[in-house]
Design a protein around this ligand. Structure first.
Ligand code: TZP
Ligand code: MG
Length: 210
């Protein structure tokens, strides 16, 4: 279940960017993304399937991994690289049975207790968040802050850890310094569709914006 988690983990959002998942993936790859999660909370499953298929085709050409949010069925049928599941989604154990040993399975947690339980599951990484306030997620859990990331890191040893929620080009390095292997970012990276590739490059180069 070993998997090298890229430092920057972008997640798509069609409502925010007003461009397709495939176009977002294209721009993110142009900026150097090595993994992208496709997150779709509003489209019909058929439409998400169709748009994820296009995004996956682009990612495959560039050897970039695609993780599907929520939908194990879509990940399976498209042979995506994996799935990202929340506390109320299909349990990781069942997703593992469906997708097989090679699939990357990520699992969201929102506090220390959930994070400690998560390391016993057949997952490749766990996510903790929201770290900071976020407008992207409906009904977000309580923010955990930088201190929360530090505590989770201490509690889970060297288990692959993604931090999410309110992470920006300004604060992402602090979150990595607190012990996250990777930062998942939606709005600060995607809010201006014209700047996606440029921001991705800045994040990967770890340079501050001027
Ligand atoms: N899970 C916890 S916070 C969040 C999710 C999906 C939203 C992150 O979006 P943003 O815009 O980077 O705060
Ligand atoms: Mg979910």
């Amino acid at each position: 279940m070993n998997f090298n988690l890229p430092k920057i983990y972008p997640i798509t959002d069609v409502r925010l960017t007003k461009i397709s998942h495939a176009e977002q993936v294209e721009k993110l790859i142009e900026g150097g993304a090595k993994i992208v999660q496709l997150r779709e909370k509003y489209a019909a499953p058929k439409d998400f399937y169709e748009s994820a298929k296009k995004a996956l085709k682009i990612a495959r050409r560039q050897n970039v991994k695609i993780i599907i949010n929520d939908r194990v069925d879509i990940a399976l049928v498209l042979k995506a690289d994996g799935v990202h599941l929340g506390q109320d989604d299909l349990p990781p154990k069942n997703a593992r049975e469906i997708l097989g040993e090679k699939a990357i399975i990520g699992f969201s947690t929102h506090n220390i207790k959930q994070a400690i339980s998560a390391v016993k599951l057949p997952i490749n990484y766990l996510a903790i968040g929201p770290v900071f306030a976020t407008k992207t997620k409906e009904n977000p859990d309580e923010i955990v802050g930088i201190e929360g990331v530090k505590k989770v890191r201490e509690a889970v040893g060297d288990f692959p850890l993604v931090a999410i929620g309110g992470i920006t080009l300004e604060n992402f390095q602090d979150v990595l310094d607190a012990g996250a292997n990777s930062v998942a970012i939606i709005s600060d990276l995607l809010s201006d569709a014209e700047k996606i590739a440029e921001k991705m490059r800045i994040l990967i180069g770890s340079r501050k914006i001027s």
